[in-house]
Design a binder for this molecule. Sequence first.
Ligand SMILES: Nc1ncnc2c1ncn2[C@@H]1O[C@H](COP(=O)(O)OP(=O)(O)OP(=O)(O)O)[C@@H](O)[C@H]1O
Length: 573
Amino acid sequence: MTSRQSDARTLIKAGRRTFVAGLAYAAALSGFITLLQLTVPIFMLQVHDRVINSRSYDTLAMLALLAGFGLILYGILEYIRALTFQAMAGTLVRRLNLPTLEAALTASVEGGAVKATQVLRDLSDLRGFLTSSAVMAPLEGMWCPIFLAVLFALHPYYGLLAVVSAGILVALGLLSDMFTRRLTKEANQAHIENISRISANLRYSEAIEAMGMLPNLARRWRTSQVHAADLSNMANGRGRGMHAVTRVLRLTMQIGALSLGASLVIEGDASPGSMIGATIIMSRLLAPFDSLTDNWRSWIAASSAWQRVRELLETYHAHRDTFPTPPSEGPLEVDNLIFIAQGRDLAVIKNISFRVEPGTILGVVGPSAAGKSTLARLMVGAAKPTSGGIYLDGHNVYLWERGSFGEMVGYLPQSVSLLDGTIRENIARMGEPDPRAVIEAARMAGVHEMIGRLPLGYDTPVGDGRFTLSGGQKQRIALARALYGRPRFLVLDEPNANLDAEGEAALMRAMRAMRDDGAIVVVIAHRPAIMECADKLLVLQDGRISQFGDRTSVVATLTPSRKPKLSTAGGAA
Ligand SMILES: Nc1ncnc2c1ncn2[C@@H]1O[C@H](COP(=O)(O)OP(=O)(O)OP(=O)(O)O)[C@@H](O)[C@H]1O
């Protein structure tokens, strides 16, 4: 068992414990609530059998007082039970929120974005379920024997009728479940996949719009939607049918109870009061069975949601250090690093090792699909090495506590996306912005003046889906975000892809300033000009290091016959 799994299991166990403890407490409360539900039938029984016969107002007043007290207590306990579930839902979601979000992030990095979105939805559905009436239904059902005991005490026939009726309703519930369970599950799954697929596609709305792909997408979506709707309709149809049968039977049973009571009264075997009381108790007893199937379905849906949360946590819960580590002042060491992507056989990074001292700019070049971006992701701990490791001052970057690691690291990914917030918030990495540090980072990225020219300046809202900035502007703001707080370790993946000459010059100035400050700067680029400021060059080819050393000596060893293969390195020459 890996540590990642054991950590996730502790979390899952804690979640289950919270649920079971809350359920046990609520079950005990439900016992008292069930007893107090007898208030009205017992009151009616007493009024019929005592007050009407004795014509005593005193007795009526006393009974009304006792019943009032019982009902107030009932209301209070109901309220406490609802609060218990609310607290349980709150605790469960609070405990799982961050780990689930972290696991969802890891899943997204590893290509499981659709699954991740669904699970975040599942967590919120679980919260809804835990505060719904469906979760209470079995608790109420488990105290049914109290009602049964009272019915048997009133007359054995009432008890027998109740047992038979409850048995029939349970059998109907099971039958209904048997008819609908598989269909409901398939319909839910189809619906989830549908929504996830279309929301994933909507992120590429510009390409869809520009190339007129909507009709094709709509056709595909409609086909899968019709399939999901068919399954859902079939399951609902069967469920509703069974529900109608159950309801009719339940009402018939109540009529049966009243008829039985009437014949017992006629025979002199029971009092009229007991007839009224028994009918009410009978209806209370059978009421939960009415929505047995609906509640059952909610439980199934909740258990599937929990299953998905569990799976995500077990598969993607990243085991990292929880103690902050001080910023590194030491070298970057890559040690026998191998990376095999999930579900792939072939390694993307094939056993590479190198070392870079502080105060160095390392340029990484190589042909397309050589593994450069993967190496960048591994360096910043966004991907987990399959074996070997990457160390900063001797500490494993993947295991590093994320908060302290983030303070020390600047990363500009290949595909830049700004988060939903203002420019100021984005540069400050969505934390509390330090105005001086924000402006310093923006100046270093050469973007301060450009931001100043925007109508709302640093308060301009940006993020996916907002079209306020050009590609180059976004890239420079993302560069400022990477430079924020003068990180000791800077990884820039294609930072000049969208930059003009002025932007590129600012970028090189920033890289040199960081290097002179003692930082390690790793830069991946296809456009060669930027490699002029590199101290060392690493040529990556098919996941292996083909050259590594001082820029001048690496460039010198690149023979003309090899240059075309390494267009960027060749350019650097
Ligand atoms: N998570 C992953 N799952 C599957 N394949 C992956 C994953 N990460 C990387 N790869 C594969 O590894 C190879 C290298 O990808 P990478 O993005 O690192 O190349 P690159 O050198 O940065 O290329 P480019 O210069 O075109 O950006 C590609 O074939 C890619 O499909």
